[in-house]
Design a protein around this ligand. Structure first.
Ligand SMILES: O=P(O)(O)OC[C@H]1O[C@](O)(CO)[C@@H](O)[C@@H]1O
Length: 626
């Protein structure tokens, strides 16, 4: 398909046709047609108050704007007239929409939701899609969105209605081109669909448009499979749910294949950017034998050697049980989390930033980095020096970290065999990278609904005359009729990285929206750690199956989204693991009564989790045994 074919009607399969008939659900405030109450809340600063001044300086026009909620016209909330308004008049508007970030399932529904909301407000409204992503925006290449154009893209995967190119609207040239397009097309709004990079660029564009009195309001929409655009305002991103479900199915298929033949170790790397949200979620859903998250490696400063040994120890422990197969899951961002690899990648990035060519990079590395690079297999050396991403970082999807680990583990297992330490069968590996397989999937109902609702919110933001905002929905763990619709200033999500912690910390770089890492204190991570030894040894594989679009399985939500709310004591698996751990600590002969008493003294779910993640020799903190 070339660029001219984008947006053409296409032939759909039976399943696609059925999916196209699915009507996404809307929360009550958006069902009111054109009568929506816009409520202004507190003025914002930034999520990191320490860099509020820097963000305010960089974004003087869009910094400090108020939080906005969209409500049904009559609610019990009492707010003063100046804090709320119901917009009644809807003169015709013109809006442009661009796929800026990487493909993510559900993206098409943002456009569909925007279109439906615009036509409901005024049938004369015009929605223009930029063909070929940001390059289409710069070149003013548009396609008017109509019912016909949308018909074969509703609830479908991919971004092929419009296509995408670079996730960058940043250089002076690009910003000027975007401004010229918006002015020439007389746009009232520009909707930018993407992740952290695209939404940071949206903020920059909004600031410049405001400074130059350009009437176009710039709105960002959180769409990325990585799920790393999350903070106190954003619970998850469009596409994360689908991608985790598809990857979990693929991993569980691999697990069943592994246990059936009993001869291979599968090394699976998952797409998901720098953060490990996709890997954590998929591990919780499919229970592979081992999962190594980037955040835990960075926190414990584990070296490549230590990670290799950890995997080899797992292989040995399994061999002692007669198991010569297994599945290891890693995130693509793992490579950057390993301290020495991070340092090497930083050196390479700096050389790229100084316009050193790929061919010259190896000769310009410091002696230390050159030595590390020499130790690595040649395929990794080649991949590490590839040209950078638009945010000046390494191209994680192109670095075969799973193959690097498989290579190092094999060498270490051979060494252990030679030394007589390992007596099991010869280690054999098969590597996979699950990226576009999941990214191109038909979106789940959750992503279809979420994206469609966000599209509607964009239109409300433009109608309210807001610039430099992100469309957001909260309370996503609940049913759609309890979702809360809002607009959050993009500047409120920005921060600046610092070199060191503490008072001497020096801010580096410009303010942007940073990807959020996994919170190692979160309950979802505690659950993963608590299950780690059972995952490793018990082949406790779980088969979630394919995405369910209809029937009872269709409503399932991502585990990490709902986990905070779960009643762990009702979770048999966790309680069983807890009991096993208590038994190992109790003195032999401890009576059932004491055990029972200790369990009934559990103060809260958190106490159990804290206890479960503590080392085995920990004194029991809450329970007293004789
Ligand atoms: O397929 P591409 O364009 O190389 O993009 C890959 C990158 O995009 C993402 O899917 C989203 O940023 C990353 O997880 C991945 O590294």
């Amino acid at each position: 398909m070339n660029a001219d074919d984008l947006g053409s009607p296409r032939e759909l399969t039976g399943l696609q046709r059925r999916r196209a008939l699915y009507q996404p659900e809307l929360p009550p405030c958006l069902l009111q047609g054109t009568r929506i109450r816009v409520e202004f809340g507190d003025s914002t600063t930034t999520i990191d108050s320490k860099c509020a001044d820097i963000v305010a300086q960089a974004f003087p026009h869009i910094f400090g704007q108020k939080l906005v909620r969209f409500l049904e016209p009559h609610t019990d909330t009492v707010v003063s007239e100046s804090d709320a308004q119901v917009i009644q008049e809807h003169p015709p508007i013109r809006v442009g929409v661009v796929f800026s970030g990487r493909q993510s399932p559900g993206g098409h529904n943002v456009i569909w939701g925007t279109y439906d909301a615009m036509k409901a407000q005024n049938p004369h409204n015009v929605l223009l899609g930029f063909v070929g992503g940001t390059e289409g925006l710069f070149a003013k290449k548009t396609l008017e969105i109509t019912d016909d154009v949308l018909s074969s893209y509703k609830n479908q995967g991919g971004f092929d209605l419009l296509g995408r190119t670079v996730d960058q609207i940043r250089t002076t040239e690009q910003i000027n081109a975007a401004k010229a397009t918006c002015c020439d097309l007389n746009l009232d709004g520009l909707i930018i669909i993407g992740g952290v990079t695209s939404n940071s660029d949206a903020a920059q564009l909004a600031e410049i448009f405001a400074e130059h009195n350009c009437k176009t309001k710039v709105i960002g929409v959180p769409v990325t499979l990585s799920g790393d655009l999350r903070n106190q305002f954003v619970e998850t991103t469009v596409g994360f749910d689908t991608v985790c479900k598809v990857n979990s199915q693929l991993i569980s298929n691999v697990c069943l294949d592994a246990i059936s033949a009993g001869k291979y170790y599968y090394f699976v790397r998952l797409m998901g950017g720098k953060a490990s949200h996709v890997a954590l979620e998929c591990a919780l859903q499919s229970h592979p034998n081992m999962v190594i998250l980037g955040e835990e490696v960075a926190f414990s400063k584990l070296t490549l050697k230590e990670i290799t040994n950890k995997i080899c120890d797992g292989v040995e422990a399994r061999a002692e049980q007669g198991k010569h197969h297994g599945v290891l899951v890693i995130p693509e961002g793992l490579i950057e989390s390993i301290p020495e690899m991070y340092a090497l990648i930083q050196e390479i990035n700096n050389l790229h930033s100084n316009n050193v060519s790929e061919a010259d990079i190896p000769s310009q590395l410091s002696p230390w980095a050159a030595a590390l690079s020499k130790f690595l297999p040649s395929f990794i050396r080649r991949e590490l020096i590839l040209h950078q991403e638009s945010d000046n970082s390494a191209q994680l999807s192109q670095i075969d970290t799973e193959q690097l680990l498989a290579h190092l583990v094999e060498a270490e297992m051979n060494k252990r065999t030679k030394e007589g330490k390992y007596k099991g069968r010869k280690f054999s590996s098969v590597c996979h990278f699950f990226g576009s397989q999941a990214r191109g999937s038909l979106p789940s109902n959750f992503d279809c609904n979420y994206a469609y609702v966000l599209g509607h919110i964009c239109v409300q933001i433009i109608a309210a005359g807001l610039n430099g905002y992100m469309a957001t929905v909260t309370n996503l763990k609940d049913s759609t009729n309890k979702w809360r619709c809002a607009a959050v200033p993009l500047a409120a999500m920005m921060s600046v990285r610092r070199h060191l912690r503490g008072p001497g910390a020096v801010p580096i770089g410009r303010p942007v929206i940073h990807p959020s890492p996994i919170d190692l204190k979160a309950e979802s991570y505690a659950v993963l750690r608590e299950k780690a030894s059972s995952f490793l040894l018990d082949d406790f594989y779980r088969t979630p199956g394919g995405i369910q679009f209809e029937g009872p399985g269709a409503g399932t939500k991502p585990i990490t989204l709902t986990i905070e709310e779960q009643d762990y004591l009702g979770d048999i698996e966790i309680l069983q693991a807890y009991l096993d751990k208590v038994r190992t600590i109790l003195k032999p002969g401890c009576s059932r009564e004491i055990l029972k008493a200790s369990i009934s003294s559990i103060a809260s779910v958190n106490d159990v989790l804290k206890f479960m993640s503590a080392p085995l020799n920990t004194e029991l903190p809450l329970y007293h045994f004789n």
